[in-house]
Design a protein around this ligand. Structure first.
Ligand code: SAM
Ligand code: SF4
Length: 329
């Protein structure tokens, strides 16, 4: 079967699936403290609907699937979805991005369901500052979750993602270095993007990957590792041999040119860019009884029109109406 490709010649092999827009945290860079409108349950794709779309996309060349949200573990019976996607032919890499709050409860079920990898989002390793940024006093529970999943050696690599924000993350950098140097977790700093629920993002709040790297280099010299194709992170190792650290720089160093990614929202909209203004409804045709050929036509057509690049750094940039938790980061 002909691979999925966009009009700029980029083959699409990576799918992010948001399984819920809800979350048990309220991270400042993602959601407002209150008043977030939720999708109705009936608007969410069922596990069967998600599995059908993933199977179809796998036949069109998708090999990597990441489950996210909102908080994916907050969706009831989430490990059952993992076990439904695992046997789909062609899916080489099945991973989850979570805030870790329910990971202690679900680690074993996720491993038994067949996840390959996990990313845990942690923005601070100091309990009060973690509370400040997530609006939940939950660091000890998240760290227990991280340990619970790390106990399963087949779930590797384990990545810890921190959003880098000016006047906040500078004080976290060395704690994260110690975590990276004392475990086999890969810690990655992600630049703050204009997808926050409060719409308070300004460019000066972005602490760039280069700035974080300069802080680290002053204490721990780093050496760049070769960049893997389509990798969003630039990964370095500590020259003295103590672990790895990565930088995801979508704002200061966009990686759109070899982007191979599409997204499916919890309510069944296909998004061809994190910053898409336009979406393609898949739920309506699914529920109207569309056959695979019809869905394939819709998917190919949407992918063909994938945006050339995001325009965060350009004058007149318009943030998408959906914010990060509703897109599926
Ligand atoms: N709730 C899960 C979690 O936090 O890992 C999964 C969904 S969350 C939207 C996915 C990732 O997006 C997290 O690593 C989070 O830190 C990141 N994120 C959310 N809002 C962001 C923003 N405005 N800029 C950069 N990253 C953001
Ligand atoms: Fe929830 Fe993840 Fe958004 Fe934080 S970043 S509010 S944990 S969806």
């Amino acid at each position: 079967m002909e691979a999925l490709i966009d009009a700029h010649g980029r083959p699409i092999t990576d799918l992010r699936v948001s399984v819920t827009d809800r979350c048990n945290f309220r991270c400042r860079y993602c959601m407002p403290a209150e008043g977030m409108p939720w999708l109705d349950r009936s608007d969410l794709l069922s596990f069967e609907e998600i599995a059908r779309l993933v199977a179809l996309l796998a036949r069109l060349g998708i090999t990597d699937v990441r489950l996210t949200g909102g908080e994916p573990l907050a969706r009831r019976e989430f490990p059952r979805l993992v076990s439904m996607l695992r046997p789909i032919e062609g899916i080489r890499d099945l991973s989850v991005t979570t805030n870790g709050y329910l990971l202690e409860r679900d680690a074993r079920a996720l491993v038994e369901a067949g996840i390959d990898r996990i990313n845990v989002s942690i923005d601070s390793l100091a309990r009060d500052r973690f509370h400040e940024v997530t609006r939940r006093d939950a660091l000890p529970q998240v760290l227990r979750g991280l340990e619970a999943i790390a106990a399963f050696e087949r779930v590797r690599p384990i990545k810890v993602n921190a959003v880098a924000m000016r006047d906040f993350t500078e004080d976290e950098v060395f704690r994260f270095c110690e975590l990276a140097r004392s475990t086999d977790y890969q810690v990655r700093f992600i630049e703050f993007m204009p997808l926050d629920g409060d719409r308070a993002w300004t460019a000066d709040q972005v602490l760039t990957g280069d700035e974080v790297r300069a802080l680290i280099e002053a204490r721990h010299p780093l050496e760049a590792l070769p960049r893997e194709p389509h990798a969003t992170a630039r990964v370095y190792r500590f020259r003295d041999g103590g672990g790895e650290i990565g930088f995801i720089n979508p704002v200061s160093e966009p990686f759109c040119a070899d982007c191979n990614r599409i997204r499916l929202t919890a309510d069944g909209e296909l998004r061809t860019c994190l910053f898409s203004i336009r979406e393609t409804d898949l739920r309506a045709p699914l529920r109207a009884g569309a056959d695979d050929a019809e869905l394939e036509r819709i998917l190919r057509d949407a992918v063909w029109r994938k945006e050339l690049k995001h325009r965060v750094n350009e004058p007149g940039f318009v943030a998408p109406p959906r914010t990060m938790s509703a897109i599926g980061g």
